[in-house]
Design a protein around this ligand. Structure first.
Ligand code: AAT
Length: 284
């Protein structure tokens, strides 16, 4: 923190970065897995920072949480049982619980301290933990996956970037484990970096997903407080005939309002898979 400005520097995005003006540092601790900070900021509300990397801000978290949840859920005909890996702030659980066909949510987050801190300072996201559909486990998503087979319709990996405890969640053996944890026609969706900073990572993660799943695709969303203002998702499906950009469940304007959707819509779903030319060529 320099003169009340927090700057997010990381080897993953060398040479340029984002800064945010801080009113107050609300919380600061070192957990078993990472440094945890909660900031109150002048323009982005409350902000969760792990190992110096912004995980979400009050102002724009809905974009990421809605997209990583509703893209895979709405690609699936009947997403009754959903697994969330990571997501310690509760925001993804909040979104998944809104889907009318979801009956059961299981979540595995590695760091109990992230959950505690979110409940205390970030109740607008941690409200997701109150869902009666949710069973929450504290543990490593990779290890958890080894002990589950043919159990889930959708697996959402809301993980931190591939430095620190989330490295294993970007590897091919993790995608193989997810594949065996899915029911027939199951779908996975993983946080997979940005096209501006990490096209190599996006390309590698998509390739890994393609190696394991008969169908795979990349979609992206605008999130101003993530590096380069954008973030993407790799989706994989066991259904070889899936058309990712055609939602199975289409929401009306009334549905969007009733579900308090602020970014995701059925039109945004279709548009999210339309990639800029340089990305389309790189991922071809
Ligand atoms: N909801 C948006 C914020 C995140 S949270 C990422 C979460 O993944 C963190 O709570 C972290 O503790 C958890 N995590 C990391 N590794 C593991 C693991 N191996 N098993 C289970 N949970 C894990 C994502 C922000 C993306 C940032 C983009 N720059």
């Amino acid at each position: 923190l320099k003169n009340n400005w927090f700057t997010e520097t990381c080897e993953l995005w060398p040479g340029g970065t984002f800064s945010i003006e801080v009113k107050e540092v609300l919380h600061s601790e070192k957990s078993e897995y990472q440094d945890i900070h909660v900031l109150d900021t002048t323009s982005f509300g409350k902000v969760l920072v792990l190992d110096g990397i912004i995980q979400c801000t009050e102002k724009d978290e809905f974009s990421y949480q809605e997209m990583i949840s509703f893209l895979p859920l709405c690609c699936h005909k009947n997403p009754e049982k959903v697994l969330i890996v990571g997501g310690g702030d509760g925001g993804v659980a909040r979104e998944v619980a809104k889907h009318p066909l979801v009956k059961q949510i299981v979540q595995v987050e590695i760091d109990a301290k992230v959950i505690d801190v979110s409940k205390k300072y970030l109740p607008f996201m941690a409200v997701g933990f109150d869902s009666p559909k949710l069973t929450l486990h504290v543990g490593d998503g990779f290890e958890f996956m080894k002990n589950h087979s043919q159990e889930f319709d959708v697996i959402i990996t809301d993980s931190s970037d591939p430095v620190g405890p989330a490295v294993s969640l970007f590897q091919e053996n993790y995608f193989a484990l997810m594949k065996s944890a899915l029911k027939p026609n199951g779908i996975v969706c993983s946080q997979a970096g940005t096209v501006w900073n990490d096209l190599e990572l996006v390309s590698n993660t998509l390739q890994i997903c393609k190696n394991q799943f008969p169908s795979a695709s990349y979609a992206y969303a605008s999130v101003p407080t993530y590096p380069s203002g954008q973030i993407g998702f790799v989706l994989g499906s066991l259904d070889k005939d899936i058309v990712f950009d055609q939602p199975q469940l289409v929401f009306t304007a009334e549905d969007e309002k009733a579900m308090n959707l602020r970014y995701y819509s059925s039109d945004i779903h279709k548009a999210a898979f339309v990639l800029p030319t340089f990305v389309k060529h790189r991922l071809a």
